[in-house]
Design a protein around this ligand. Structure first.
Ligand code: EPS
Length: 382
């Protein structure tokens, strides 16, 4: 549902690497590969990641669209190589390999495997595994970080932290500015703000690893500095909450997205809605249960997005499945995997939010260059 930004990624998990193109970023934005690499490294962290993250050191090559560190207004092309590709050259060969490669025929419950082979009429599940892997989100973070850099120039900041792992939940509310929040979360093994529960969470992940199992969790993305009126109530496909929900629920293993206060249906209306006050020529709200969005529009408060991630579906203690060749009951296919990727998902969600928010900013304010955009943005009522 984006209207001003267009982006596309390509690449298989164990192929040569990832390609990304983003179009619609105004000219004159200062961006370096170091900035993008910093955000790529944030996605690679988190307790519970598997051996793959020790192999990859994600580094971007800017292929096009940037000259002397400034965007040209043309499509920006990025490349990120897979270091692990050297171990997969036959399995992922573009040409038919000279040696026989065994097909994967045991779909993993919860993964894209079964629906994928049925849809594309494949006999080898490898064809599905490769693109349905969360490796692809590396490029989304790289493209999203370009949008983030632009938002930062407008004093809009995007952060995230983990609010739950398995059955351990963080019920605290934090009153920290968004920049410090990210620094604190980046310093934690699990992106949690409450160090009292971090060890319990780590132990749950360790137990799951020992049992060949995986765990999911929850996180919150927080956006500060968004002006009034991103999105619109006028049509179903212009609502900013719908656009953010679409972009964040597209992240692998995300099962739900909500805004503001959790479980709003159990509150009375009188308890939930944020009363309106006025002082110093500004409207103020007593609370932010709405998560900064009312009527499909940003309302000048921080935007709060909650998301829930299911436990990953590749299990080293696999579930029952059916061999798609013989139709015999067997245990599902085992792949190297992560036991928990909630911290990584929260970084990916930050970056998907950046892309979506930039689209909404460009829709409302427009501008071919950063100079134009900043002039239009300054005229906004906060
Ligand atoms: C993934 C399985 C693991 C993860 C991968 C996502 O990869 P591998 O099969 O190579 O061990 O590490 O995530 C990434 C590679 C990444 O960059 O996040 C899966 O099946 O989705």
């Amino acid at each position: 549902m984006l209207s001003k930004i267009n982006f596309l990624t390509a690449g298989e998990s164990h192929g040569k690497g990832l390609l990304g193109i983003i179009e619609g970023v105004p000219a004159g934005l200062d961006i370096t590969s170091q900035y993008i690499n910093f955000h790529l490294s944030r996605r690679q962290k988190g307790f519970g990641r598997g051996a793959r993250m020790k192999i990859e050191k994600d580094q971007v090559e800017i292929f096009s669209g940037i000259r002397y560190n400034l965007t040209l207004g043309s499509p920006i092309g990025l490349i990120i190589k897979n270091i692990d590709y050297k171990n997969w050259t036959d399995i992922m060969s573009v040409e038919k390999p000279s040696i026989k490669i065994d097909e994967i025929t045991l779909p993993r419950p919860g993964h894209a495997d079964l629906a994928g082979v049925m849809k594309y009429q494949f006999s080898d599940i490898r064809n599905v595994i490769e693109r349905s892997s969360a490796r692809e989100t590396t490029m989304r973070v790289a493209l999203g970080s370009i949008c983030r850099k632009l938002l930062e120039e407008l004093n809009i900041h995007v952060a995230s932290y983990v609010t739950g792992i398995h059955n351990i939940q963080d019920h605290e509310s934090y009153n920290i500015d968004v920049k410090s929040l990210n620094q604190k979360a980046d310093g934690s093994h699990l992106r949690v703000l409450n160090s009292d529960i971090e060890l319990k969470m780590i132990n749950i992940i360790k137990d799951a690893q020992k049992n060949g199992d995986t765990v999911g969790g929850k996180f919150q993305v927080i956006i500060s500095g968004a002006p009034y009126g991103l999105g619109s109530y006028t049509s179903w496909n212009r609502k900013i909450n719908a656009k953010l929900a679409e972009s964040i629920s597209s992240i692998n293993a995300i099962k739900s997205v909500s805004f503001g206060k959790d479980s709003t249906s159990s509150s009375f209306g009188s308890e939930l809605h944020d009363e309106i006050e006025y002082s110093n020529n500004q409207y103020k709200r007593t609370n932010n249960n709405s998560g900064g969005i009312e009527g499909g529009m940003s309302n000048g408060q921080d935007i709060l997005i909650n998301a829930e991630m299911k436990p990953l579906s590749t299990l080293t203690k696999p579930l029952k499945s059916i061999d798609i060749k013989t139709k015999q009951t067997k245990l599902a296919h085992k792949e190297r995997t992560d036991s928990c990727a909630v911290p990584a998902a929260s970084i990916i969600a930050e970056n998907m939010a950046c892309i979506t928010l930039l689209d909404a900013i460009l829709e409302k304010f427009g501008g071919d260059s950063m100079k134009d955009l900043k002039t239009h943005f300054k005229s906004a009522k906060f």
